[in-house]
Ligand binder design. Sequence first.
Ligand SMILES: [Zn+2]
Length: 343
Amino acid sequence: MKVLVASALILVGSCATLRHSKKIENLKNSISYDNESIVTQYLNTINTEDLKSHVEEISSDKYQGRMTGEKGHNDVCNYIRSYYDSLNIKAPESHPDYYQKVPKEALPDDLNESQNVIAYIEGSEFPNEYIYITAHSDHEGIVEGKIYPGADDNGSGTAAVFEMAEAFKKAANDGYRPKRSVVFLHVTAEEVGLHGSRYYTDNPIFPIENTVSTLNIDMIGRVDKRHKDNEDYIYVIGADRISTELHFIIQEANSSFVNLNLDYKYNEENDHNRYYYRSDHYNFALKNIPVVFFFNGEHEDYTKPTDTPDKINYPLLAKRTKLIFSTAWYLANSPNRLKSEII
Ligand SMILES: [Zn+2]
């Protein structure tokens, strides 16, 4: 009797496994780009020279380390919105100056009010479905008389969002407007506790239930110790926690266009660094939105005044930006909206 029960269980177990692997197989097969050459055309507009000039601007001394609520950070936010304005990428109708004010009450005690900066390209077929590309705009400010430039953290992410926005805009101008709306969100007050993204997800400008996915970028311009002998990598964190489909879309984007080594080390549930909980995507995940966090890992200049633009690996930053762009392109143009479902 015991033996019978045991073998019946084994049988059930293996059928379930088979059904599961079939489902995964079907899911993977359903993901493909219908026009790779068009995607490639706009991927190729993302280039090292532009990324370098953006990182140099964002991390320059005139912004004084970009401390939330301080003049330097306010000035960089102004620079960010003028960038979108110059490309003719519009502000949300409800926030025509590109700013969402984050009041003092939503921030730690000693900080002045601040702002998230938001621009978007409206979708052609499903304008009320939104893909977010996010990066925090703030950094550590001036500590003990030293400016913290934060070239990697998060000049690299800010520059990547700029390049992707420009690529999406060029595509739209040429008749390849994304089917879904693509939102470029530069959140404030990340370094002091993810407050800008929390404020945004509690006070969303576009209905939160219409948010398809959030791709968050925080530090993608450097190489950590673990990869010093093979630099072509990026850590991918959290993609499979709310949507199995998102996990496989990133893999498809990668194998179709860039071929980086996708490192899932920090995606382990029990990873003691807990990076999944430590950048702005997490506030979107709390609202059950499929998120992914792109990250290069820590390095010797992390949160130090030596995080300078000359140390950024620009060809690698370009490659990683292309991975994120091709993922966003898929999410914005796929016939069906991404499913928030774990298989
Ligand atoms: Zn950061």
